[in-house]
Design a binder for this molecule. Structure first.
Ligand code: GDD
Ligand code: MG
Length: 356
């Protein structure tokens, strides 16, 4: 599992934790992935870490508690996605022709993991790439295939309209023949998307696409993050690791919610959080120990650990960092990010016409 990225697009949440360790539906993204891999029969997982590497080992330890054997390989300097794959080679126990499954660490999916391995075997492929279809493929790796399912090109984050040749994208999971991993250059950054895949295609390796139209979401942006969390809570995204029954809300231990507050849309109420009278929380994520004041309205937003939202404040499509204070009467709309421990003074940001 590739979990070494910085998660820049999710700042300020990723200042205190790496993206794959951010809680979605109450537990780290990686824990959902580990749970699904375990269900598919995977017994040993290596985490390729870099940014804040110790956060992973502190949480997952030997993996015993999570039903798998976990090992960690740390990059002192980030080696990129291909370099990270090469870097774990010494920790692999697989033989040269065995399959090795690689997962991007920020993807929620219902992928049939055993199915993609079987497809790789059936085709006697070098690599199988999990593909999905999206409306707007520009933020991803475009992967056209021929009539037999062979990958014909790999176009990472196309820059020109001419490059947009398909709506099939790399969904962030691969099956590699182990010997190919050993061939990736060592000790320098390599992008699997920009260097390894185009290189394999150029030399005629057999790279197949495995199209699966099941649930899929890259959690790399704040809106996707709240969407993914809500989908897990409501049972739309499959995961054995959601810590509670699926439904409109996931309320974690020691949270307090006033009887006339409304919590809906797959929201998560973190451990020890407090939601005051008349407040509304819709499709949002409250990290642990957050406090929501009376009548505040939170929608499609992430409220960081120990953050405080004052009475009557409106927070829509925004991210409030750990320990920040949004005092009473503020209105934060789409795209706003409040940095950790920052204070927004009472009534200083408002958008409603009746307040201007
Ligand atoms: N160990 C390590 N070292 N991991 C890394 C590094 C690194 O230097 N750089 C990135 N990663 C990890 C990230 O933590 C993440 O889990 C994964 O690799 C992918 O990186 P992102 O930064 O999330 O890439 P992206 O979302 O822009 O694009 C990738 O994913 C798309 C699907 O979600 C590409 O693989 C695209 O082709 C793909 O469509
Ligand atoms: Mg991503």
């Amino acid at each position: 599992m590739l979990v070494g990225g910085k998660g820049t697009r999710l700042r300020p949440l990723t200042i205190s934790a790496p993206k794959p360790m951010l809680p979605v539906a109450g537990v780290p993204v990686t824990e959902h992935q580990v749970g699904r891999a375990r269900e598919a029969g995977v017994t040993r997982i290596i985490l390729g870490t870099s940014y804040q590497a110790e956060v992973f080992s502190d949480y997952f330890g030997s993996g015993e508690e999570f039903g798998v054997e976990l090992d960690y390989v740390v990059e002192d300097v980030p080696l990129g996605t291909g370099g990270a794959i090469r870097n774990v080679a010494d920790a692999l126990e697989s033989g040269p022709d065995d399959p090795v499954i690689i997962f991007n660490g920020d993807v929620l999916t219902g992928l049939d993991i055993a199915g993609i391995v079987q497809a790789w075997r059936d085709a006697d492929a070098d690599v199988a790439i999990y593909l999905t279809r999206v409306q707007d493929p520009r933020a991803f790796g475009l992967v056209p295939t021929d009539a037999d399912g062979n990958v014909t090109a790999f176009l990472e984050k196309p820059q020109t309209p001419e490059e947009i040749v398909t709506d099939q994208i790399n969904a962030g999971c691969y099956v590699f023949r182990r010997s190919l991993i050993d061939e990736i250059p060592n000790e320098r950054p390599v992008s699997v998307e920009r260097e390894t895949f185009p290189g394999l295609l150029a030399r005629g390796a057999k790279v197949i696409g495995y199209v699966d139209d099941c649930y899929w979401l890259d959690l790399g942006t704040p809106l996707a993050f709240v969407q993914g969390s809500a989908d897990l809570v409501r049972g739309v995204a499959p995961s054995p690791a959601v810590p509670g029954p699926t439904g409109e809300a996931l309320v974690l231990a020691d949270a307090e919610i006033a009887s006339d507050a409304t919590v809906t849309g797959g929201s998560v109420v973190g451990r020890g959080s407090h939601i005051s009278s008349g407040a509304v929380l819709a499709s949002s994520v409250l990290f642990d120990e957050a406090v929501i004041g009376e009548g505040a309205h939170i929608e499609r937003s992430v409220i960081g650990r120990g953050a405080y939202i004052g009475a009557g404040a409106v927070v829509r499509g925004a991210v409030v960092g750990d320990g920040a204070r949004v005092e009473a009467g503020n209105e934060l709309l789409d795209g706003v990010r409040v940095f950790p421990n920052q204070t927004i003074a009472p009534g200083s940001i408002r958008f409603s016409s009746d307040q201007s």
